[in-house]
Design a protein around this ligand. Structure first.
Ligand code: LLP
Length: 432
C-alpha cells in the first residue's frame, strides 16, 4: 500500500505502525489493512467515475467497518449472498445503494432483498425472473432490476479472449437472443422495474479493449430493446475486473485513465447508434481493496531443497498458507514477499514461501529472491492480499482464520478478530 515503507532497521511500517509491533500486539499471521490507502483508492474511483455509480464489489473483501468506509466515501455496494447482505445491514449501509448479484439467489435471499428495499437486483436466469416477480408481487413491491448479459468476451488474467465465453454459468446470451427475451419478460412483469443491462467480463483485466468490445455489444442490445420493444432503459452496468499489480511486472491502468477510455467508448457508440446515453455504473472490488492489504507471517522453518542441475531452492514455511491465501494454489497467482522485521545484507537466494498445511500445493509465493539468512522468527510480508484472500479463507486443517487489523496514523485496530478454537468447535455439535 502507499503508506508502506521500511525504516532504517528494515522494519516494514504500514499506516505508521511497525509490523513488528503489530504482530507483538495482535499475533501472526494477520491481514494488515491500510485504511488511508483503502479510502484513497475508493475515492479515486469515485472521483474518476464521477458520472457513474461506483459499486464496491464486497466479494473481494467485506466487513462491517469496510462497508461503513464505502458508504462514507460515497460508493454503493455490490453483494452476492445473504451473508454479504447481512454485513451491509449490520453496517447500516443505505439499502437503496445496494445491488444484489448472483446466479442462484435463494427464495429467502430474494425475499429479504425485496423487503429491505435493495437498490437493484441483477437477474441471471429466466427461473429467477419468474421467482423474483412472484416474490415482489407477494411483498407488494416494485423491484428495480438489471439484466445480466453475456457479452461474449472472456477476460483472463492479463488478457481477454474474445471467444467462447458463452459456455459459463452467468448471464443471458446476447447472441442466442436470451438477453432480449429476458428484457422482454422483465419489462412485462408488473412487479419488476426494468433499469438496464449488466455485463461483467471477468477479473484482473489490464486492457480496456475487453471493456470496449463488451460495451459495444451491450449497447447494441440496449438500442435493439428500444427499437424492437419500445422500452427505454435508464441504466447500464459495465461490471468490475480492473487489474492490479501483484508483482512489479504488472502495469495496471489508473482509474482516471480507465474512466476516460470507457466514457469515450460509450459516448462514441451511443452517438453511432443514435441513442441517449444510459447512466453508467461499474463494480470494482480488487482494484480498491487488493493493494490496501498485506499479510504478515512469521517464519517457522527454513529448508534448502536441491533442484535439477545443482541449484537449490529455499523453502520458507510460514504460520499460515493456502487457508488464508488460496489464490496461488487456485489460480497460479503470482505474489511477492519481503522481510518485514529486520534488515538483511545477506546474499539473496531463490526462495518459495509455503504454508503449514498438509498439502504440497500449499504455496503462498511461488518464486521470490529472499535474504539467504532468513530464519525462524523473522516476519515476512506479502503485499496485495486485500482482494479474495480473507474473503476466500478457509479452516482447512482446522487452522484459525487470521484477523484483519486496520492501521492508520500510527494506530492499529481489529476489524475482524482472529478465530479461536472455540469458534472452530462452535459448529461441531459432537456425537450427542
Ligand atoms: N462484478 C461482478 C458481477 C463480479 O462477478 C465480480 C467479481 C466483480 C464485479 C468484481 O471484480 P473485481 O473488480 O474484483 O475484479 N476469486 C477470483 C476473482 C473472482 C471474481 C468474481 N467476480 C480471484 O481471486 O482472482
Amino acid at each position: 500500500s502507499t503508506t508502506a515503507h521500511k525504516d532504517d532497521a528494515g522494519v516494514l511500517t504500514v499506516g505508521g505502525v511497525p509490523l513488528t509491533e503489530l504482530v507483538a500486539e495482535h499475533g501472526s499471521p494477520a491481514y494488515v489493512l491500510d485504511e488511508d490507502d483503502f479510502r484513497t483508492r475508493a475515492r479515486a474511483f469515485r472521483d474518476a467515475f464521477a458520472a457513474y455509480d461506483v459499486y464496491y464489489a464486497g466479494k473481494a473483501f467485506l466487513s462491517v467497518a469496510v462497508a461503513r468506509w464505502i458508504a462514507e466515501e460515497g460508493l454503493s455496494l455490490d453483494v452476492c449472498s445473504g451473508g454479504e447482505l447481512t454485513v451491509a445491514e449490520r453496517a447500516g449501509f443505505p439499502m437503496d445503494r445496494v445491488e444484489f448479484h448472483g446466479n442462484n439467489k435463494s427464495e429467502g435471499e430474494l425475499r429479504r432483498a425485496v423487503r429491505n428495499g435493495v437498490g437493484r437486483v441483477v437477474v441471471d436466469s429466466f427461473t429467477e425472473i419468474e421467482r423474483l416477480a412472484r416474490i415482489a408481487a407477494e411483498e407488494g413491491a416494485r423491484v428495480p432490476v438489471m439484466v445480466r448479459v453475456t457479452a461474449g468476451v472472456e477476460a483472463h488474467t492479463h488478457e481477454y479472449i474474445a471467444t467462447a465465453h458463452e459456455d459459463q454459468k452467468f448471464g443471458f446470451s446476447i447472441t442466442a437472443g436470451h438477453g432480449l427475451e429476458a428484457v422482454r419478460r422483465v419489462a412485462a412483469a408488473e412487479a419488476l422495474e426494468l433499469r438496464g443491462l449488466h455485463s461483467h467480463i471477468g477479473s484482473q483485466i489490464f486492457d480496456s479493449s475487453g471493456f470496449e468490445v463488451a460495451a459495444r455489444r451491450v449497447l447494441a442490445l440496449h438500442a435493439r430493446v428500444s427499437e424492437e420493444l419500445g422500452v427505454e432503459m435508464p441504466e447500464m452496468d459495465l461490471g468490475g475486473g480492473f487489474g492490479i499489480a501483484y508483482t512489479t511486472q504488472d502495469d495496471p491502468a489508473d482509474p482516471a485513465q480507465l474512466a476516460t477510455e470507457m466514457t469515450k467508448i460509450v459516448e462514441h457508440e451511443c452517438r453511432a447508434l443514435g441513442i441517449a446515453q444510459p447512466a453508467l455504473s461499474i463494480e470494482p472490488g480488487r482494484a480498491i481493496v487488493g493493494p490496501s492489504m498485506c499479510t504478515v507471517y512469521e517464519v517457522g522453518t527454513v529448508k534448502d531443497v536441491s533442484l535439477d542441475g545443482g541449484a537449490s531452492r529455499t523453502y520458507v514455511s510460514v504460520d499460515g498458507g493456502m487457508s488464508d491465501n488460496i489464490r496461488t494454489a487456485l489460480y497460479d497467482a503470482d505474489y511477492s514477499c519481503t522481510l518485514a522485521s529486520r534488515r538483511s545484507d545477506a546474499e539473496p537466494v531463490l526462495g518459495r514461501v509455503v504454508g503449514k498445511h498438509c498439502e504440497a500445493g500449499d504455496i503462498v509465493v511461488k518464486d521470490e529472491f529472499v535474504p539467504g539468512d532468513l530464519a525462524p522468527g523473522d516476519l515476512v510480508a506479502v503485499p496485495g492480499t486485500g482482494a479474495y484472500c480473507r474473503s476466500m479463507a478457509s479452516n482447512y486443517n482446522h487452522l484459525l482464520r487470521p484477523p484483519v487489523i486496520a492501521v492508520r496514523d500510527g494506530a492499529s485496530r481489529v476489524l475482524v478478530r482472529r478465530e479461536t478454537e472455540d469458534d472452530l468447535l462452535a459448529t461441531d455439535v459432537g456425537d450427542l
